[in-house]
Design a protein around this ligand. Structure first.
Ligand code: PMP
Length: 292
């Protein structure tokens, strides 16, 4: 038996978890998603992720046919049924089955599935050594087009950026917005530290309102850093003391090279490591229990 998947109100084996080729999530990337984690039997920031999911859905006029608490229970139950303590959880809501035209009115019922799987941890070496990133040619979507705040199934822009980073032999791609300001990386938010300032681009620069980003901003304040959201340029990154990325899967990843410029002394920064440690303390304590 494989993973047990939540699919439209039922729990089925992964071999039976199939969706239609007429689903607009597949045909057009018409849908939204979330990626969450559980740590030691507790789902981290479950409400925050679900709030973002429902906001993303609202922004694309997609009415999720589950109430907030029903979705919450479905997520908890999916983790429980798979007997997982440390897991990566994916929630996907698509527009549902329609015809070959674009019109979402033809899609009568959104498709919902939830996958809870063993977490594929990033190799410890990336946290010890730090990673290198490069600025990629692909720019962040305009907020007046597909707003980057919407965690939609249409991730091609990010995938193009990822391909460009791969082609350059770098671990991640740094994406600028149409004004040349830094927005974020392909699947993570970016932070820099300069003296005692912890700086991250504002949401309007084209950054996703990351859940890890928020936690890190709170940690920054608690350890006495001045936390600011402001537009930054590549120059600001090249000349900063420390740089790191944040995301649910990657957590907090030190960045040591940006466009061939060595950041700080070329090693993960002290404050970055401190923030990572504090983050782990929080993930140990907080979360929605799955097995109570
Ligand atoms: N930016 C993008 C484009 C993302 O897809 C993600 C999520 N993987 C993030 C940032 C980080 O957000 P979070 O901390 O909520 O995972």
């Amino acid at each position: 038996m494989g993973l047990i998947i939540y699919l439209d109100g039922k729990f089925v084996d992964e071999s039976e978890a199939k969706i239609s080729i007429f689903d607009h999530g597949l045909l057009y990337g018409d849908g939204v998603f979330e990626g969450l984690r559980s740590y030691n039997g507790k789902i981290f920031k479950l409400d925050e992720h679900l709030i973002r999911l429902y906001k993303s859905a609202k922004a694309i006029s997609l009415e999720i046919p589950l109430k907030f608490d029903e979705m919450k229970n479905a997520v908890i139950e999916t983790v429980r049924k798979n007997n997982l303590r440390d897991s990566y959880i994916r929630i996907v809501v698509t527009r549902g089955v329609g015809d070959l035209g674009l019109d979402p009115r033809k899609c009568k019922k959104p498709t919902i599935f939830i996958i809870a799987s063993k977490i594929q941890l990033y190799p410890e070496s990336i946290y010890e050594k730090g990673i290198d990133i490069v600025t990629v040619p692909t720019r962040r979507n305009l907020s007046e087009s597909l707003n980057p705040s919407i965690k939609s199934l249409n991730y091609l822009n990010n995938i193009l950026a990822k391909i460009e980073a791969n082609n350059a032999g770098a671990s991640e791609g740094l994406i600028l917005n149409q004004f040349g300001y830094v927005s974020e990386c392909t699947g993570e938010n970016i932070f820099i530290i300069k003296e005692n300032f912890l700086i991250t681009p504002p949401i309007y620069a084209g950054a996703l309102e990351g859940i890890t980003r928020r936690v890190v901003m709170d940690i920054g304040e608690n350890i006495g850093l001045k936390v600011i959201e402001e537009n930054i340029t590549r120059y600001d990154i090249y000349t900063c003391d420390e740089c790191f990325l944040t995301g649910t899967a990657a957590e907090i990843v030190p960045v040591v090279i940006v466009d061939n410029r060595i950041i700080g002394d070329g090693k993960p920064g002290k404050l970055t490591l401190k923030i990572r440690k504090e983050f782990h303390l929080i993930t140990e304590i907080e979360g929605t229990p799955v097995y109570e």
